[in-house]
Write a protein of this length. Structure first.
Length: 470
């Protein structure tokens, strides 16, 4: 006899009307909450704060940390200013939690056994480019709001119902490619073309599919999208005449570089991580990324002191996710560095705070002779030499009691003794001029840096190694 066990069906697991009222999807969002003045957005944040904090308090991870900081009653924290007094935490705190109570740590907020009561649960991991991938459990609420928030970014980028959109993120346990698929399919009515990264579908075939299937949208990390553009040109493809591509949604860099490689095809940036999903996205005015302040509370803090910084100063982004019912995210110091560009109304009509593209990671910053240096900044400078490809890798070491940084770059063409010497001198001088510090430069042939960057092998390329610790 077949056992009769009730199934917690996905479609019965949440109040859908309440969800879209609290976190408006596109296009409703862009006609309503997106246009609200800052004071009204703060009221929305405050109305959601108490429930968010009480859920976090229910986990051992947050409760113990907050109690150690003198907080005994979380219900007394009911304003945005009080919320800023809560201690921040970093990814190493999550790793420590996992080590102390494997395999999921003490921060999850839900467990597999809860499925029968709350509905289906998904498990995914971080990309693992800065350490061992971290597992995260997602409730139906977390998954749907998360994909809805990403769909907003895609809508700004120009994706519309019926568009075939190519998803080049690497499918694995990593959350990224799946949430892209869900955002396109569930919340925009687009047709996801799940080619994944080059290690799954080689780059030449990616371009063939793009052409044959009349793909109009493209999603991916900056580095691989640039490689795809160059592959298409090597195939003799005219990017505008031979393809149907209209819009690109990019992550992890400067979208203007992507636009240049794709011969001016529109590319807009968005920013997020696997615990929170997309938190900010660039609008068509291209004047910074708007923060989704109806779903998050943000703070930019000094990398060393942790104190809040004034607008315009580069610091580490600290985030609280107001919508989470699985893994709470409260005052998470992401170590992603950026700055507030403006709180004034954008030409698009929105007063949501705008931030700059990411400047780098605070935990990969190296201080050389009093100057803060990020690997990403070194790579961007090197690309000003037309002979240098998009690939780079930095490492820091300590020689004769002095910290040093070395930038490893690839050339677009095989190097000769002459070209190696010329490029090394050119890039070294540009780095000294742009960054006001001396950085060593090593020149490599095409493809030689993959063993360091893991480009096309892991979900995101690695760009830095700190050899001072070894």
């Amino acid at each position: 006899m077949i056992e009769d066990v009730p199934v917690p069906y996905f479609f019965n697991s949440i109040d859908w009307n309440q969800l879209i009222n609290d976190y408006q999807p596109a296009p409703t969002f862009f006609k309503d909450h997106y246009l609200l003045p800052a004071d009204d957005i703060k009221k929305i944040q405050t109305s959601k704060l108490s429930k968010c904090l009480q859920h976090a308090w229910s986990t051992e991870f947050y409760k113990s940390r907050w109690q150690n900081n003198g907080i005994q009653d979380v219900t007394k924290i009911n304003s945005l200013e009080d919320h800023k007094k809560l201690p921040t935490y970093v990814v190493d705190d999550l790793r420590k939690s996992i080590a102390e109570k494997p395999p999921f740590g003490t921060y999850q907020g839900v467990a597999f056994k809860d499925t029968k009561d709350i509905g289906p649960i998904r498990i995914h991991t971080s990309g693992g480019t800065t350490g061992q991938p971290r597992p995260t459990l997602y409730t139906v609420q977390d998954r749907q709001v998360g994909s809805l928030l990403r769909a907003r970014a895609f809508y700004l980028a120009g994706f519309r119902p019926g568009d075939a959109v190519q998803n080049t993120l690497l499918y694995s346990t990593h959350n990224g490619p799946f949430i892209v698929d869900e955002a396109l399919y569930d919340w925009l009515g687009c047709i996801p073309v799940t080619t994944s990264a080059g290690i799954v579908t080689r780059s030449v075939r990616q371009i063939e599919i793009m052409k044959e299937w009349q793909v109009t949208g493209l999603v991916g990390f900056q580095d691989y999208l640039i490689q795809l553009a160059r592959t298409a040109k090597e195939m003799g493809i005219d990017l505008k005449k031979d393809l149907h591509l209209k819009n690109i949604s990019t992550m992890g860099g400067n979208p203007r570089l992507v636009e240049k490689e794709w011969d001016g095809i529109n590319a807009l940036e968005n920013y997020g991580m696997h615990e929170t999903q997309v938190m900010a996205a660039e609008c068509p005015e291209k004047a910074g990324m708007h923060l989704w302040e109806d779903a998050f509370i943000f703070d930019i803090v000094d990398i060393e002191s942790g104190e809040s910084l004034p607008d315009g100063k580069i610091g580490s982004l600290v985030v609280t996710a107001l919508y989470k019912t699985g893994v709470p995210v409260v005052r998470y110091d992401t170590k992603d560095t950026t700055r507030v560009l403006s709180r004034e109304k954008c030409a698009c009509g929105s007063s949501l705070t705008r931030i700059d593209f990411l400047q780098g990671r605070a935990d990969t910053m190296v201080k050389l002779r009093g100057v803060n240096v990020w690997p990403e900044a070194c790579g961007d400078v090197a690309k000003n030499d037309a002979r240098v490809s998009n690939e780079y890798f930095c490492f820091a070491d300590r020689i004769n009691d002095r910290d040093q940084m070395t930038l490893m770059i690839e050339l677009k063409e095989p190097k000769s003794n002459q070209s190696e010497k010329e490029v090394k001198e050119s890039v070294t001088e540009m780095l000294r001029t742009k960054l006001s510090v001396s950085i060593n430069v090593a020149v490599y042939n095409p493809g030689e840096l993959q063993k360091f960057t893991k480009f096309g092998i892991e979900s995101k390329p690695r760009r830095f190694e700190d050899r001072r610790k070894k």
